[in-house]
Design a protein. Structure first.
Length: 171
């Protein structure tokens, strides 16, 4: 079994879908919040883009510490897509370069001295990197719907997007 190859295939498929969502973000409405407890549209879109980089972190490091994390300032769709594409390219390369034994090692998410969780890297790739991306991408879809912006198809057609290829890898 080649985990890196499997994760690379999955990443490319999810990245193609994610990029379609990010292309539809109306940055002129980046301050929109559907609820007072919600993130703004702009912050959520940036978060969806940056989750792609977590694969690289998982493969090249043994922890991710959010103690000094500062979200990237992005003010346009062009900047958002360029940021996403850069992070995706780096994560693809990390998967191409990784030794399979790396997936057996533990990885921790931290906030300073507080360890939020520790899992083996194989689990992190699926549970944290992929599932977390899917979760927030779905939230982004709700924001788009509320703003009457077309919601891209994901694993089948959406009310706005009927003509899709279900397996559409990012090239």
């Amino acid at each position: 079994m080649n985990l890196a190859k499997d994760f690379l295939s999955e990443l490319k498929q999810e990245a193609a879908v994610t990029r379609r969502f990010l292309e539809n973000v109306p940055f002129e409405k980046r301050d929109f919040k559907p609820h007072e407890k919600s993130e703004t549209l702009g912050r959520l879109a940036i978060h969806v883009a940056e989750i792609i980089a977590w694969r690289k972190s998982c493969l090249q490091d043994d922890e991710l510490d959010f103690i000094d994390f500062e979200p990237k300032e992005i003010n346009s769709s062009e900047e958002l897509l360029a940021y996403f594409d850069q992070l995706l390219t780096e994560s693809i390369q990390a998967l191409k370069d990784v030794n399979e034994k790396e997936f057996e090692k533990n990885w921790s998410m931290k906030h300073g001295e507080e360890i939020l969780f520790t899992l083996n890297k194989k689990e992190v790739m699926r549970k944290f990197c992929t599932n977390h991306l899917v979760h927030h991408r779905a939230q982004l879809g709700v924001y788009l719907r509320m703003l009457d912006v077309a919601v891209p198809a994901v694993y089948g057609p959406s009310a706005d997007d009927f003509n899709i290829t279900l397996i559409e890898p990012f090239e």
